[in-house]
Design a protein around this ligand. Structure first.
Ligand code: 5AD
Length: 344
């Protein structure tokens, strides 16, 4: 048999930049690539799919990222915050449904001071000592990250968005810097968090070279989780007229990530499910092994609109989890009740 780039990537877990470029710029390898990624995922994780209960607890944000629907200057966004009691109620429901990881995600909302964040985290930690608590609340000082960790948070998600500095500056206003973003990620690792990073696929101005830089940055950072999804245009942002990323490119990158980071927790993201009705199933078949269903109250789910047409169901969490189990099974995998730790 001919020894292909995919064989090499599967065997060595790496390729040269020019080989990666070839792999990423054609659909020629896709079938072999997805099969290889699924093989590597099954060897490490079997057919397990880990579920994370996502609680989107505030859509207020002080930042003004050009791509994001909950950016500060989007006056059309209807803003909401959940109370501590509301958040705890989401956890209670999630626990009963089999979730053992809660992800508190929100905009960078100054209302949630360190004190308030710690109060919420401590309350969840006390009620659910067997669960992982993940925060995804953006850039903070190392001192703040330390406080949350002491309060009981043990995982943190912060996508680097793009590893190329010049590209980063075209996606964000001047007050946000790629250096700060990266230094937050290294601080989180030092403190002892299990860290998730990642990037958008097909964001405005992104080149194949940028994507290769993303892979190289991730090799340096070596995060436990890598979340990627297609960039999807939001009409009330400065990028309203830009094109969205594609299903094909995102799946190709999920598969490449599985082969380069065999141990990684790779979510099949909401954005992937938004650009294609079976996007999340296809993500699982391309090497992803995590899904993050929404545990937020159904009346606020529609308001966390990072991008247009973001999928959310009006259904109760219980109903959605049942649908998810069926979808995962139909794709050939199995949802497990487990905090789902990384297998390095
Ligand atoms: N399209 C896709 N993903 C987006 N995010 C923010 N805005 C968009 C968009 N328009 C992603 C970012 C962020 C995560 C919470 O959502 O990568 O880190």
């Amino acid at each position: 048999m001919e020894y292909t780039l995919v064989n090499k990537l599967e065997k060595e877990g790496d390729l040269s930049d020019s080989e990666l470029k070839t792999l990423l710029e054609t659909d020629e390898y896709d079938k072999a690539l997805f099969e290889s990624a699924d093989r590597v995922r099954r060897a490490r994780y079997g057919d397990a799919v880990y579920i994370r209960g996502l609680i989107e607890f505030t859509n207020y944000c002080k930042n003004n990222c050009y791509y994001c629907g909950i950016r500060r200057d989007n006056r059309c966004a209807e803003r909401y915050r959940l109370t501590k009691e509301h958040i705890l109620a989401c956890c209670r429901e999630g626990y009963a449904l089999g979730f053992r990881t809660f992800v508190l995600q929100g905009g960078e909302d100054p209302y949630f001071t360190d004190e308030r964040v710690c109060e919420i985290v401590s309350a969840i930690r006390e009620a659910y000592p067997d669960c992982a608590i993940t925060l995804s609340i953006g850039e903070k000082s190392k001192e703040s990250y330390e406080k949350y960790f002491k309060a009981g948070a043990n995982r943190y998600l912060l996508r680097h968005e793009t590893a190329n500095d010049a590209h980063y500056r075209t996606l964000h206003p001047a007050e946000l810097s790629p250096e700060e973003r990266k230094s937050c990620l290294y601080a989180l690792k030092e403190i002892g968090y299990q860290v998730g990073s990642g990037f958008m696929v097909g964001s405005p101005g992104q080149t194949t070279e940028n994507l290769i830089e993303d892979l190289r940055f991730l090799q340096k950072l070596s995060p436990d989780m890598i979340g990627i999804g297609p960039y999807i245009t939001h009409a009330q942002t400065p990028f309203a007229n830009e094109k969205s990323g594609t299903l094909e490119m995102t799946l190709r990158l999920v598969a490449v990530l599985r082969l380069m980071f065999p141990w990684a927790l790779l979510p099949s993201t909401t954005a992937l499910g938004t650009i294609h009705p079976e996007g999340r199933e296809l993500g699982l078949k391309a090497g992803a092994n995590v899904v993050m269903p929404n545990l937020s109250p159904s009346d606020v789910r529609a308001l966390y609109t990072l991008y247009d047409n973001k999928i959310h169901s009006g259904a109760e969490a219980a109903q959605s989890v049942n649908d998810l189990r069926t979808r995962v099974q139909n794709a050939g995998y199995r949802v497990v009740v487990d905090a789902g730790h990384v297998k390095r």
